[in-house]
Design a protein around this ligand. Sequence first.
Ligand code: SF4
Ligand code: SF4
Length: 205
Amino acid sequence: MTKLAIAVNVGRCVGCHTCSISCKMSNNVPDGMLWNRVLTENSEVIDGAVGVYPALSRDYLPLACQHCENPACQKVCPTGATYKDGKGRVEIDYDKCIGCRMCMAACPYNARVFNWTEPVRSAGSNYGEADVPVRPKGVMEKCTLCSERTDRGDAPMCVTCCPARARVYGDLDDPDSEISKIAREKNVRILLEEMGTSPQVFYFE
Ligand code: SF4
Ligand code: SF4
């Protein structure tokens, strides 16, 4: 079996947002939407800091779909549009999505975005992966773990582009993969463990 996953070394992350933007470009994500956001822990705003000047600190937390082992989004999807595929990724069949947004409400990570209107893309920015399907108005979208790239053996674009080498991608079912070693040997944390979703994105330092 194959269980594709991502690990993020938050100790290396410099908050440059390259993962967000490379994801947006590669997957042709419409204006006003992101599949991958770089949050700052304990702050309500992008690039916010914690503390009182000059004693400020800022910890970055890149966040996208966690490709949960037990996905809350899949359980509530009434049409089967959201599914867990054979490689451990949680995907959306855009043809089956009826836009009810049940999954959006159920996802504890706020990982999904909805096309309320006909998607708008900045002029000249239609340069994503040619194989990535264009999503119409009225459907949900989110990180696919760059399924078109990972199906052909490439890493997700966020991993490829991260200048800090903070992101690790691989197969958890391969005990010799770097990500398996990280999951085994590092003190990894998963987000909102208490929700029982069993995320397949690991954070470590
Ligand atoms: S590209 Fe890498 S360093 Fe930059 S914000 Fe994303 S994870 Fe952090
Ligand atoms: S992070 Fe949210 S959208 Fe992604 S698999 Fe988990 S519950 Fe579903």
